[in-house]
Every structure is written in structure tokens, then in C-alpha cells.
Ligand binder design. Structure first.
Ligand code: GH3
Ligand code: MG
Ligand code: MG
Ligand code: MG
Length: 369
């Protein structure tokens, strides 16, 4: 997923986190993190003995679980891979492939490694149990009693649910770490890694790219006149202007209080200039109503655009080039401010070495202050 594209980023927080009421009936081709979540647990039962498999299947179905049956090891592996179940009940002695080998294959595969396995087997020597518990979360001997089997299935599913919740919450946290709360755009941290990736692509394929920084004009006045909260509404409105003016492949972010940036891949000076002008005009045209007031809020923006249409070899590190590009765009922004604001200044660089060398003591975002 391109986490920072304008379309994906705002919807990213909710994707994969909601649940759908119905369990999918057929195997899904989506990866585990993209697959819709089920409310009914799905269990694969791999058992070559007809009577035992019938008993297990009926028992689980009566508990409301969805059951998929496999008659041998190879079929078990295929069914688990295709159906991404919540639990596998695995016999050890089966034709084609032993339960141990199935378990090893599932653990070696990133797509199935997190699916818990319970061995249900007649092999009950101490060594068998030790080997089995190295591969599975639980081990049930045959013959088993139904209530105990069910209790162990429930326990394994409970553990699975907790792990799944933890995984989703971790996913959410990593997304939050690169997201700006107020606007839902990427934050500086998220933007920096995208910028480096884009520089790598631009260098490798010799394509142009542009970085445009925007800073709202006299924004302090907005806060002073209307209060901080309404100032926030203006920031959100400007974020929407940026989103509306950019393409899906563009990456936009809020990198400071009222400072934003847009990264435009494969965009030359002509394209970047059209983009920045559109942002400036759409911002000027914004008329933000204020609840309970007859007046509305208006704001303008200044922009600094650095366009890289550089070819050839360059020894400098991508991270250093990233800082230099932002610095150059910041210098342009500074010119746009001193030139009267509500204004865009663009500079094009045609050789990587023309980029000014960044001095780490001077954070780029402070240059426009
Ligand atoms: P300039 O045209 O030179 O950019 O003037 P300015 O007033 O926009 O610039 P200055 O840097 O002096 O002020 C930036 C203001 O942005 C001051 C600060 O209170 C405000 N600001 C920064 N972050 C936020 C925020 O998250 N919400 C709100 N409402 N205001 C913010
Ligand atoms: Mg068997
Ligand atoms: Mg400002
Ligand atoms: Mg500023």
C-alpha cells in the first residue's frame, strides 16, 4: 500500500480494522491483512479417518464454527493456504504428507505462520508430544472426549483473537506514527521516507520530480482574530485544497504548524507550476463559513517549488539530497513571502550537484520563519 498517497492516507486508518457481519463462503485470494474479518471462526480439520473427522466436524458445527475438511496432508496444506482459517486441527498420521510436515510448511510461510495448530493424534509418546508442541499450540490425544476438545479449541481461538487484536493495534500505531492528527495527511516523519524513496526512483529512471512547500500567509492573524480552534478548521480546509489539487500518485503532508508539502513524482517544471498555481488559486477562492458569524474566513498561501530534472551520476546520499531539495523549496518559499505573499516561486535544478548542500544544524522548516 502506498501509505502516503492522498487517497489512501485518509482512509488508511479504518482499512482492515472494521469487521463484516458475514463470513466469506469461498476461499479468499486477499492477503490476511486485507481479507475482511469474519464473525464466525473458521476451522480446518485435517483427518483421514472418516469416523473421527465426522465426529469433530459435527461437534464444531454445532458450536457454530465454519468447518473445512481435508483428507490428507497435501489437501490440508492447500485448504489452509486458500481459506486462511483461524485454527487448524491436524492429525499426524495421514497419507501423502504427515501432520508434522504440514505444520512445518505452514510455519515456513509468512501467509500462514500465525494460524494456530492443534494436533489431534493417537501418537502419544513423550517424544511425539514434545515434537508436536514445538509446532503447535496444543496437543490432544486420541481417543478424546468432546467437551475437552471443545474447550481446547475455544482456548486456542481466544488466544488467536488476542493476537489478531494486538497485530491490528500495532498496525494502527505505526500508521498513526506517520499521520498528522488534525488533517489526516502524512506527517513529517511519513513524508521524509517517501521523499527518499522518490529520489531513489528519480535517480534510477532519470525522471523529473518536484517538491512544493506551502505556508499559509499571515496565519497568526487568523488565530488572533478567530481563535485557535477556527484556525484549525482553516488548516483542515487547506489540506482538502491540497488533496483536491493533487493526483493520486502525489504525496502530500503537513510538516509544520501551517506548513505543508507536496511531492510530485515524474513532474517537470511546467506541471509543477500548474499545480502550485492551482493550489494558490483554490486557496484564495476558499470561503470558510464560521458558525454563528456573518463573516467567513479567508486565507492565502505562498509556495516554493523545487523541480529536479537532473540526470547522470551523483555521489550524494538520498537522505542528504532529500534535505537539500526541501531546503531549496524553502528558499523559494522565503522569496515568495518577501515578494509579497499569495505567490509562488519555482526553481529548477538540472544537475544533482546544483542542489545546495544542507547544513544539518539548520532545520529546513525554520528557513521560512
Ligand atoms: P507568514 O505569512 O510569514 O507565514 O505569517 P504567519 O503568521 O503565517 O507566520 P508565523 O510563522 O509568524 O505564524 C505561524 C502561526 O501558525 C503561529 C501559530 O500560532 C500558528 N499555528 C501553528 N500550528 C498551528 C496549529 O496547529 N493550529 C493553529 N490554529 N495554529 C497554528
Ligand atoms: Mg490419521
Ligand atoms: Mg505562515
Ligand atoms: Mg510558517
Amino acid at each position: 500500500m502506498n501509505a502516503l498517497s492522498s487517497e489512501h492516507f485518509t482512509s488508511g486508518l479504518s482499512s482492515g480494522l472494521s469487521s463484516t457481519p458475514e463470513a466469506p463462503s469461498a476461499a479468499s485470494e486477499a492477503s490476511p491483512s486485507e481479507a475482511p474479518r469474519r464473525t464466525t471462526a473458521r476451522v480446518v480439520v485435517a483427518e483421514d479417518d472418516f469416523e473421527i473427522s465426522t465426529l469433530i466436524t459435527l461437534t464444531l458445527k454445532m458450536e457454530g464454527y465454519e468447518v473445512l475438511l481435508a483428507r490428507d496432508g497435501a489437501q490440508a496444506l492447500k485448504t489452509v493456504r486458500e481459506s486462511q482459517p483461524d485454527l487448524v486441527l491436524l492429525d499426524v498420521m495421514m497419507p501423502q504428507m504427515s501432520g508434522y510436515d504440514v505444520a512445518r510448511a505452514l510455519q515456513a510461510d509468512q501467509a500462514t505462520v500465525a494460524i494456530p495448530i492443534i494436533f489431534v493424534t493417537a501418537k502419544q509418546e513423550m517424544e511425539d508430544r514434545v515434537l508436536g508442541l514445538g509446532l503447535a499450540v496444543d496437543y490432544i490425544g486420541k481417543p478424546f472426549v468432546v467437551p475437552e476438545l471443545l474447550a481446547r479449541v475455544r482456548a486456542a481461538l481466544r488466544m488467536r483473537k488476542l493476537q489478531e487484536e494486538l497485530r491490528l493495534s500495532n498496525e494502527r500505531l505505526s500508521l498513526l506514527a506517520i499521520t498528522d492528527d488534525l488533517t489526516g495527511l502524512a506527517n513529517r516523519r511519513g513524508f521524509d521516507s517517501e521523499l527518499e524513496d522518490e529520489i531513489l526512483r528519480a535517480r534510477r529512471f532519470g525522471q523529473p520530480m518536484a517538491v512544493a512547500v506551502f505556508d499559509l500567509d499571515h496565519f497568526k492573524n487568523i488565530n488572533d482574530t478567530w481563535g485557535h480552534q477556527r484556525g484549525d478548521i482553516v488548516l483542515q480546509a487547506f489540506a482538502r485544497v491540497l488533496q483536491g489539487s493533487s493526483r493520486r500518485v502525489d504525496k502530500i503532508a503537513r510538516i509544520g504548524g501551517e506548513e505543508f508539502v507536496a511531492l510530485l513524482p515524474t513532474t517537470d517544471a511546467g506541471g509543477a507550476s500548474i499545480f502550485a498555481a492551482k493550489v494558490r488559486e483554490n486557496t484564495e477562492a476558499m470561503d470558510i463559513p464560521i458558525e454563528g458569524e456573518s463573516q467567513s474566513m479567508r486565507v492565502t498561501v505562498s509556495g516554493g517549488v523545487a523541480v529536479l530534472s537532473a540526470r547522470g551520476v551523483c555521489e550524494r546520499e538520498n537522505s542528504e539530497l532529500a534535505r537539500s531539495i526541501l531546503k531549496l523549496a524553502d528558499e523559494c518559499l522565503y522569496e515568495a513571502k518577501t515578494g509579497g505573499r499569495n505567490n509562488v516561486v519555482l526553481r529548477e535544478i538540472t544537475a544533482w550537484d546544483e542542489l545546495p548542500v544542507f547544513s544539518p544544524e539548520m532545520p529546513s522548516s525554520e528557513l521560512s520563519e
